[in-house]
Design a protein around this ligand. Sequence first.
Ligand SMILES: [Zn+2]
Length: 384
Amino acid sequence: MSRTIDYLDRLISFATVSRDSNLDLIDYVRAELEPLGFTCRLAPSEDGRKANLYASTGPEDVAGIVLSGHSDVVPVEGQNWSSDPFVMRKDGGKLYGRGSVDMKGFIAACMSLAHELDGSRLTAPIHFAFSYDEEVGCLGVRRLIDMLEGFATRPRFCIVGEPTSMQVAVAHKGKTGAKVSCTGLEAHSSLAPNGINAIHLAIDLINEIRGLQTQVAETGARDGDYDVPYSTLHVGKIAGGDALNIVPNLATFEFEIRNIANEDPTALMDRIREAAQRIEKEAQKVFAGAALEFEPGISYPALNTPPDAEVVTFVKSLTGGNSTTKISFGTEGGLFDQRLGIPSVVCGPGSIAVAHKPDEYIEETQLAACEVMLGKLHERLMQA
Ligand SMILES: [Zn+2]
């Protein structure tokens, strides 16, 4: 147990906020794993400031299990922490620190497991996939997935160790984000009808998005396992205008679709784009330069592993649990599943409810439960 906590202490000390480099942490992890017999491969970011680490032990030509965790954490600015977020604090069975639960606790348990593993005795390999830039839209892992696409043997199952309180989560919604820039024509506000108000263009499209939400809620695909049992659409950011006496010529807003697996987000996006074209055409009757332009934002696919899939039975046999759950937050699991065809589940220590908040923590008992699961995985991979 204490080895996992020691690793957690060390991992928290690397302030791997997504905007900053994660290379110090990756170098450290690699330097720990290589002497233990792991083969380490890096999938760096385009600018080389960050990297994914793919560390493997066991036979190379057999499909094994990939344990997936992201190395980056969300910022601490504006949060009221009781102590330094990048120094682990232990208090009453809880381990505090940024990333403790999301998700360096899981990585620490993997690192501790690495000391128990003897690659030559494994019948199937264990891979650690430690990514960057997960918190900004599952961006970093895509380069790792590009690398894995070229491998002759791909992992058989993926366990994403995001915090589920060690429950086996089989599904989450997908996300498609976009930014819309609305261009109108400026005018003195006393002559407002002579201009094209960019804010009004934005509002017109936002109303269409809200109308679509109503339709989706009433007649769209449903999945009663979610708190909100249908796909959601929402505008989260808007900007435009400079002064009350000027008809604004620019307004921008950002929206997202969070789709359940059996609702196609592309079809919803197409309907929004069609509405934008109608609004644009109407405005162009007054001003030819009027435009509503889309820029893709953060997107990742939904995860929807059937509850009777082999990976689910396998991971349930490791945790001893006999039920499955669905989660509200996104993970890299959808990408492993969709891009590589690796059946994936989410199962990791701690609660998502304390993630991204001040005084984020993980319970020692949750880390211990994760160690038990990984120990069982180890046993299973030593059997034929
Ligand atoms: Zn996370």
